[in-house]
Design a protein around this ligand. Sequence first.
Ligand code: NAD
Length: 280
Amino acid sequence: MPLGNVNMDEINPASNLPLLAVVTGGASGIGFAIAQVFLEKGYRVVILDNDEESGGQAASHLRQFGDIAYIACDVSRPEESERVVKQCIADWGRIHVLVNNAGVLGPAELLSADDEDLVKVIGINLIGSLCMSKYVIQHMKLTGGGVIINISSIVAITGSPGFPCYAVSKAGLVALTRSLAHKYARRNIRINCICPGSVLGTHLLSKSRGFDALPQERLELANKIPIGRVVRATEVARLAFFMASPETAAMTGAIVVLDGGETLAMDNVSYGEPYRSDRR
Ligand SMILES: NC(=O)c1ccc[n+]([C@@H]2O[C@H](COP(=O)([O-])OP(=O)(O)OC[C@H]3O[C@@H](n4cnc5c(N)ncnc54)[C@H](O)[C@@H]3O)[C@@H](O)[C@H]2O)c1
């Protein structure tokens, strides 16, 4: 296998061991799109999600694109990460790609937030990615390497007055990426990070922007993003696939912003806050 890479030659129907991608939070939104793109490109995919109903439905829908499995898992519980990684290895032999995508927005206010909710956000967004990385890297070290992709956010870089705990968890993913990428580069394990801006059609964007209540804001947001529209989940998914491909064999520890220029116009958009005059 070429250094720092997943060997695409293994995507071969005759091979005993096709490439396997594990996607956390794959039941909806960006994770669902990532699962679909990897399936379309010939990977087997396992989606992990704590929402059993959506997870089952997602797997049923995605089956038309390839070999998909759903495993119920709450990534904030370290013992569950260990269990599912073992199960994937037992059932499929090898994990080539891990996408740490599961995430929640959490409380908008730090000062009035329930302490439990603060712990929950860090538990899902950060501890979940730490523990999944821990158990998958233990495996990848023994099997010749692989690729890990962490789904962070632009708020890791900009901060977010509207969702500070979320921003802290996402900044942690940047540090996780840079730390582990350095540590395991010679082990043929590449670790990269995507920082999306607002992504269309996701629960998370609806929650952060209150789109259900304020549909007009959808248009306003699009107008304020330099490319004139909101990024699509499939665009994040294609970047994730690219990061796992031989085309990016030299890319590790990279923090890639995919936001349609949203951070360029941050004064206009101010992620995580309603961008209306009544903002306090
Ligand atoms: N939507 C955006 O605008 C946006 C922007 C930047 C970053 N992101 C990041 O992208 C990732 C995907 O978010 P999305 O926008 O698709 O949101 P989403 O809510 O549609 O999807 C998140 C998925 O994670 C799952 N999940 C939540 N808690 C979990 C847990 N404890 N264990 C396992 N699965 C769990 C949910 O059930 C859901 O299927 C998140 O990490 C999010 O922070 C999203």
